[in-house]
Design a protein around this ligand. Structure first.
Ligand code: B12
Ligand code: SF4
Length: 530
């Protein structure tokens, strides 16, 4: 090979492994429905669409298939990238590629936030690929053997390309992502989104979204599409334009997709937007609730959540057919001995089944990190992962700073919350709550084959959860209650019931790990630990 820019250059794209003990890796549930992993690697598919299109691509997602020596032997160049929890696996793929003589290009959120950790890669592409990948390609044209590419500029989303969805096998995943916007107008202290993507929510045009939907449709994809936006309603004016376009497209194509996304809680105040989302069959919304305590919300600058009646807000969203998944955080300054109870009440009363309760993590380059550093409280190398068997996500790592409350109290509260909310009885109580309040539209109609697969999955679920001594009675009680009182919500209820398989295992793992940490601190004393 003379120049890597030549036609036919073989580019191996690797999605490195996440831990199966992550809150988000519900692989056991995936198996029941015949998939291997929850979400497809959208960042890499997008990067692929920005790389030279005369290249030949092979995308290997190490979460769904083994990465083999043959893959490296095939490749002329290796592209890899990802987020913080993939740090170790990404770095080891870089080493492996080098052992096979392949140059490596690295990009994505963690290499952009902590480029110092990825210096072993030959080419380090920072930030948004729409801006920096062309800089890398230009260097390849000059035959440069290495380089680092960054820019303060933010990408114009109206010029974004359609991701290379053709590089994955749809059947491996439960959902495929598409992205409408980047950035969020708010200013939460702990958030890295606004540092990475800015506070102006930049959006694609409705035409671009139609094109992406059409591409997925033409490739044969049907089912769940996740809008991976940081805050789907971050630019409300534009969202009001894209939703009618999606509706028109969906109607014309007989609703081949249903959707999920992330949004700030003020979605609940906008009935017009809620109606528009219901109209196109949005089924899940992830909302960052963080804490129900207003004083803490003010302190951490999450102003959008202050004085919000959380339980009513969740109920409102639910009444428009959308299940709310919630993010919560423990470890803020100003917490007190009522924090755990307040959080538990908030989760139980609002009926949020998928409650991701994390420990506050000072992510690289955030306002929080800068403040903690100024206050002399940030741990050195606090975002460098050392042990990937224990540092997995914000449930298992975090608190990478000297905490305001005794660390032991925070960790004990953490265990208490997780134990309570993922106790089978309390979890299924929330499933019933959601099942009774949800008003789904179910516009998406699965094909006959898909329906058969769903029936098979349902039977397997009944076997696993319905005839299990911990969950059996709760499972049947939940299903029967919803069938009689709100039958339209039965499909969603079954899905939530299934998720317990993962939450039970994962919460036990997080609790055991945190208990070990508690023992460790009790042994050595908090000061020494810090
Ligand atoms: C959707 C999403 C998820 C989903 C799905 C992830 C998936 N498999 O795709 C879920 C919910 C599972 C998830 C979970 C987590 N996430 Co997340 N997630 C996102 C989100 C909102 C969108 C990701 C996305 O698809 N973006 C769209 C693509 C196009 O953007 P991109 O990936 O950045 O790719 C662009 C560039 O980075 C670049 N690029 C990317 N890769 C490569 C590779 C090469 C070679 C090159 C040249 C360029 C390049 O080009 C692309 C085009 O510009 C981002 C925020 C964001 N706006 O990106 C957070 C984000 C990636 N997540 C983050 C985190 C921290 C997590 C969690 C650890 C959170 C937690 N609460 O525990 C977990 C861990 C996941 C796990 N499995 O263990 C952080 C990462 C921070 C960091 N420094 O690494 C982000 C940035 C934001 C945040 N604070 O939440 N996440
Ligand atoms: S609302 Fe969410 S995305 Fe927006 S700044 Fe706050 S934490 Fe970040």
């Amino acid at each position: 090979m003379t120049s890597l820019l030549e036609k036919g250059t073989k580019c191996l794209i690797v999605h490195s492994e996440f831990s199966t003990f992550s809150f988000w890796n519900y692989v056991d549930v995936c198996k029941i429905v015949g998939a291997k992993y929850p979400a497809a690697p959208l960042g890499l598919m997008t990067a692929a669409a920005l790389l030279p299109q005369q290249w030949e691509f092979k995308l290997v997602d190490a979460n769904v298939e083994p990465l083999l020596v043959e893959h490296f032997e095939w490749a002329d160049i290796v592209c890899i990238g990802g987020m913080l929890p993939q740090q170790q696996s990404t770095i080891s793929v870089i080493d492996e590629a080098h052992q096979h003589g392949c140059p490596v290009v690295v990009g994505g959120p963690d290499p952009s936030s902590q480029p110092n950790l990825y210096q072993s890669a030959d080419y380090l592409v920072h930030g948004e690929g729409e801006i920096t990948i062309p800089m890398f390609i230009e260097d390849l044209g000059k035959d440069c053997k290495s380089g680092e590419y960054k820019s303060a500029e933010k990408a114009d989303m109206t010029k974004a390309v359609v991701p290379r969805f053709d590089l994955i096998r749809f059947k491996d995943y439960i959902q495929v992502g598409i992205q409408y916007s980047r950035g969020c107008p708010f200013n939460c202290e702990f958030c890295d989104i606004i540092e990475l993507y800015g506070r102006k929510a930049r959006t694609k045009t409705p035409e671009q979204i139609m094109k992406e939907l059409q591409t997925l449709y033409n490739l044969g994809y049907r089912g769940h599409i996740d809008f991976v936006d940081d805050n789907f309603i971050g630019n409300k004016r534009n969202v009001r334009k894209v939703l009618p376009a999606i509706r028109e497209w969906s109607e014309a194509n007989h609703y081949p997709f249903y959707f999920s996304t992330e949004s700030s809680i003020n979605l609940a105040e906008d009935e017009n937007l809620l109606r528009m989302m219901k109209d196109v069959d949005f089924r899940f919304v992830f909302v960052g609730i963080e804490t129900p305590e207003d004083e803490i919300l003010r302190m951490t600058n999450k102003k959008i959540n202050v004085n919000k009646p959380i339980v009513e807000a969740i109920r409102k969203i639910c009444s428009y057919g959308m299940i709310v998944n919630g993010g919560f955080i423990i470890g803020f300054d100003k917490e007190n001995d009522q924090t755990a109870e307040n959080m538990i009440r908030c989760i139980q009363d609002s009926g949020i089944c998928m409650a991701m309760v994390g420990k506050l993590y000072a992510l690289p380059n955030t306002q929080l990190t800068r403040r903690l550093k100024r206050e002399g409280r940030l741990f050195e190398d606090g975002s460098t992962l050392r042990d990937t068997s224990t540092e997995i996500d914000q449930m298992t790592s975090g608190l990478n700073f000297v905490t305001a409350r005794p660390r032991l109290d925070i960790l004990k509260d953490y265990v208490h919350v997780i134990k309570y909310i993922y106790d089978p009885e309390h979890y299924y109580e929330r499933v019933i709550h959601t099942g009774l309040h949800l008003r789904p539209v179910n516009k998406y109609r699965p094909s006959f084959v898909r329906t058969l697969k769903t029936v098979k999955a349902f039977l397997e679920l009944c076997k696993k959860v319905g005839f299990n001594k911990t969950t059996g009675w709760l499972y049947w009680k939940t299903l029967l209650t919803v069938i009689f009182k709100n039958p339209r919500a039965i499909e969603a209820t079954v899905n939530l019931a299934a998720m317990f398989i993962h939450f039970y295992k994962q919460s036990k793992f997080a609790i055991d790990l945190t208990n070990k940490e508690i023992k460790n601190i009790e042994g050595c004393g908090e000061e020494k630990y810090n």
